[in-house]
Design a protein around this ligand. Sequence first.
Ligand SMILES: Nc1ncnc2c1ncn2[C@@H]1O[C@H](COP(=O)(O)OP(=O)(O)O)[C@@H](O)[C@H]1O
Ligand SMILES: [Mg+2]
Length: 304
Amino acid sequence: MTEFGKVAVLLGGSSAEREISLKSGQAVLAGLLKAGVDAHPFDPSERALTELAGFDRAFVVLHGRGGEDGTLQGALEHMAMPYTGSGVLGCALAMDKVRTKSLWAGQGLPTAAFEVAVEGRFKAETASQMLSRLGGKVMVKPANEGSSIGMAIAETPEQLAQAIAAAHEFDREVLVEQWIDGPEFTVAILGERALPVIEMRTDNAFYDYQAKYQSNETRYLCPCELPEQEELELRALALTAFRAVGASGWGRVDVMRTRDGRWQLLEVNAVPGMTETSLVPKAARAVGIDFPTLVTTILAQTVE
Ligand SMILES: Nc1ncnc2c1ncn2[C@@H]1O[C@H](COP(=O)(O)OP(=O)(O)O)[C@@H](O)[C@H]1O
Ligand SMILES: [Mg+2]
């Protein structure tokens, strides 16, 4: 595959998700090499981006801040270096769960009720009212993290104040979201297409870091058990939600569903996990796209 020239696989980085990115990046690298692409690993936490000058394009497999949040994409734009996935705006919005949800709510897309606790402005004395406005049980999340980092469940004002304080260690803005009691799904997006839905089932209190990366107990259902019509509806919703934040190319949309059957959009991942066992490759496999084909399809999006 000479049409792609020399490809830098951007992996590692310095965010809290560095370790996951190293694994995703190694898998992408192996997949590209297997497909005959002249691919090389490139860790921006170890090398200056100016060293990309000798490459023709970049495959971005950096998760979290500094890689998935639009800053790196801005630098690549500046260097006129073609890169995979969403652009500056799509990445920046997708990274920010608060603005993502505001945007969805503004467009009438379904997402759970939420409030924002800003560091220095949030008063612990108001935790009790916040909790009752949001239905008595909430999920607390730093606005700009991934991999369930810094997240906690709160059901009492004390727990809420404590969870917000803990999440402020990660972010100035903390999202406090109404608890959703129901099953959880994810939809991979590849180009203009939403791939088959995957349902995740865990016995943990939620799909936390352990359930995501360490547990052998987490179950992934693909095909999922939704009736065909509902699956199609969810795929269409995910694609709309993905485009609404300006995301493009490839990615993943996380969604839950209330017991009475309402979808609730959680977040968009602009650079989701890409190990061979990650969710996007799983969904791709369900429609006959193997890993080397998946990564070359994503890379091909950088060629006009
Ligand atoms: N409002 C909520 N109610 C119940 N569970 C939630 C809620 N928000 C998130 N979760 C759980 O936490 C997990 C991680 O949340 P998510 O918003 O996808 O953030 P990230 O994956 O970036 O850490 C979800 O996969 C889900 O299991
Ligand atoms: Mg998620």
